[in-house]
Design a protein around this ligand. Structure first.
Ligand code: CU
Length: 341
């Protein structure tokens, strides 16, 4: 059985395979030819003894936005914009860009609703991976997802480099009044994009942001100060760590950007993804540190159930990609994943 691999971001095909995992063949393996398997990805990654297998040989490294070269930032922004020129894979109308907002909103009605629950981190880990795959396969992106370490900007939110109108994602809305207490972006790479969904409605609109006043921003910034993040990362139990991360650091962005981010169609604003890659990074770091980090998973399974969380819980992607189990996404260097931070 073969899983999802691409050698450009570190995947390597291994034919045969002995204890050292000797490499005999090495070339790209197109993602769209990925054999579908109902087995957990991890079960056919690393315990292979005969026939070809693909292993994550050289994980790619996701980097912080401000460490990217200008050309790398441009490549990323260009690929993100490109999603809005590709047709939806889920509906007859709208674009591939809209699909992400649609699925994230759909999730709230799914029986496997992954917010306010243990599944928050694994579901979003898989979701941003699917986003990277769309950027790569549909829009020619050849790098890996960047993240925004907002703790570095906790006391100067407005001046964060991610908001640059040339080499960033554009700043505060400044055009006509739009959805979610925000205004339309009028500058930056995304000022021309029209998105389709707003919460439950089909309501084509500009990307909308509405930063609050500086006083409020500095108050919100305290949720993501380096000291707070360090403290949160020192939690020993998964449930404590995950819920704290979701309810504090995660929500800081909703409150400080507003506009599209104020509803479950938040992926309309591309900052959503840099934000979630950072949350994933904090989880990844926690997994490296905690003694049982690669298997630690507990709490409430989903938002709409009292069931205790289990590694066999399903991550429902609403048709955007095949559903996986939580266990499939625990390790970022095996199975469907091949990255680190
Ligand atoms: Cu979410």
């Amino acid at each position: 059985m073969i899983s999802l691999f691409k050698s450009k971001t570190g995947y390597t095909r291994v034919d045969g395979g002995d204890q050292e995992g000797q490499i005999k063949v090495e070339h790209d393996y197109p993602l769209d030819q990925t054999p579908q398997s109902s087995e957990p990805a991890s079960s056919h990654c690393c315990s292979f003894t005969t026939g070809p297998a693909w292993v994550c040989q050289r994980p790619s490294t996701r980097r912080e936005w401000r460490t990217l070269q200008e050309a790398e930032k441009t490549d990323y922004l260009t690929a993100v914009k490109c999603l809005a020129s590709k047709p939806s894979k889920l509906r007859n109308t709208g674009t591939l860009y809209d699909d992400f907002a649609w699925v994230h909103k759909y999730l709230t009605t799914s029986t496997a609703s992954a917010h306010n629950a243990a599944s928050f981190l694994p579901w979003h880990r898989y979701f941003i991976q699917i986003y990277e795959k769309a950027l790569t396969e549909d829009c020619g992106f050849s790098e890996v997802l960047p993240y925004w370490d907002w703790s570095q900007d906790s006391s100067s939110f407005r001046n964060a480099p991610v908001w640059d109108t040339v080499s960033g994602l554009g700043g505060d809305g400044s055009g006509v009044q739009s959805i979610g207490d925000g205004k339309c972006l009028t500058s930056g790479p995304f000022s021309e994009i029209e998105v389709m969904f707003y919460d439950n409605e089909i309501q084509p609109h500009c990307i909308s942001r509405g930063f609050p006043k500086d006083e409020e921003l500095s108050e919100i910034g305290q949720l993501i100060s380096p000291e707070i993040i360090d403290k949160l990362s020192a939690e020993d139990h998964y449930e404590d760590f995950a819920l704290d991360l979701e309810k504090r650091a995660h929500r800081f962005l909703t409150r400080s950007v507003r506009g599209d981010l104020s509803r479950f169609t938040g992926p309309n604003d591309p900052i959503f993804f840099l934000h979630h890659v950072n949350l994933d990074r904090l989880w990844w770091q926690w997994q490296q540190r905690a003694p049982d980090g690669m298997t630690a998973y507990n709490g409430n399974a989903f938002n709409n159930t009292q069931e205790p969380a289990a590694l066999t819980d399903t991550l429902d992607m609403g048709g955007l990609a095949k559903n996986l189990q939580v266990i499939d996404v625990m390790d970022t260097t095996s199975g469907h994943f091949c990255y680190k931070y």
